[in-house]
Design a protein around this ligand. Structure first.
Ligand SMILES: NC(=O)c1ccc[n+]([C@@H]2O[C@H](COP(=O)([O-])OP(=O)(O)OC[C@H]3O[C@@H](n4cnc5c(N)ncnc54)[C@H](O)[C@@H]3O)[C@@H](O)[C@H]2O)c1
Length: 250
């Protein structure tokens, strides 16, 4: 059993979840790489171990499946110890005009992006309550702050995460547990690359012109904010929306 605090990062097989997991491992956490994609989870965990960190790959876990989530969290608990940090990062996106969003598309996005965070949080919360210390970071989206056309299902799921963050912050503050949300904007990851390749984002040069700091975001930009929010020194920060978007949404 580890002496380090244990952190679970969902969707950590690539993109910003991967960057968050690597950063938390460097900061001394034992990190569980939870992802539906087992190969990616293994790759990230073995890289972290090679660099001297402590990491466990928990692949084949769909966060929208309660029993898979419960089993995954139990495995993490057994192998790394009580889970005191949770980053709900796993997410999927979708682009459809509102009248073309089917019931299935709506349900799937809500299931992964919102219900998945509910399942993961429920599964780990008893550990945090026992320890009277915990940190939860929900990765939402700047689109839930500013709105985004053709993404009503996605934006609704992310707005739900912002609401859950605020409600839980009130409920869990007295127990030493903070809950915050980072809504990223325009971060270069496989998800964003795929959207760009499909022409969903228009011209990237024009997009950059609309971002005050005049660049796209890097996964490490999100990891840095996350590292602060899960630290001891962020104990007075809860219920907050910490935008990391180059200033495009304030
Ligand atoms: N990239 C951006 O600009 C951006 C902007 C706003 C919000 N976000 C949000 O940030 C988070 C990370 O995005 P990203 O760009 O790194 O995405 P990504 O697609 O590059 O990576 C997502 C990871 O989550 C995993 N995943 C997907 N569905 C899963 C499920 N059901 N269960 C478990 N794992 C699952 C994937 O296998 C993948 O490893 C997402 O929640 C996304 O909505 C991203």
């Amino acid at each position: 059993m580890s002496e380090r605090r244990t952190a679970v990062v969902t969707g950590a097989g690539k993109g910003m979840g991967e960057a968050i997991a690597r950063r938390l491992a460097r900061d001394g956490f034992a990190v569980a790489i939870v992802d539906v994609d087992g190969d990616s989870a293994e790759r990230v965990a073995s890289d972290i171990r090679e660099a001297g960190g402590e990491a466990l790959a928990v692949g084949g876990v769909d966060v929208s499946d309660r029993s898979q989530v419960d089993d995954a969290m139990q495995r993490v608990r057994d192998e790394l110890g009580p889970i005191l940090v949770l980053v709900n990062n796993a997410g999927i996106t979708g682009f459809k005009r509102f009248l073309e969003i089917t019931d299935e598309m709506w349900d799937r996005i809500i299931a992964v992006n919102l219900t998945g965070a509910f399942y993961c949080t429920r599964a780990v919360l008893p550990d945090m309550i026992d320890a009277a210390w915990g940190r939860i970071v929900n990765i939402s989206s700047s689109s839930a702050q500013g709105g985004q056309q053709n993404m009503a299902h996605y934006v609704s799921s992310k707005a739900g995460l912002i609401g859950m963050t605020k409600a839980l912050a009130h409920e869990l503050g007295p127990q030493g547990i903070t809950v915050n949300t980072i809504p990223p904007g325009s971060i270069v990851t496989p998800m964003m690359q795929e959207a760009a390749d499909r022409g969903r984002l228009g011209s990237l040069d024009e997009l950059v012109e609309r971002i005050p700091v005049r660049r796209l975001g890097e996964p490490d930009d999100i990891a840095a904010a996350c590292a602060y929010l899960v630290s001891d020194e962020a104990g007075y920060v809860t219920g907050q929306i910490i935008g990391v978007n180059g200033g495009r949404v304030t």
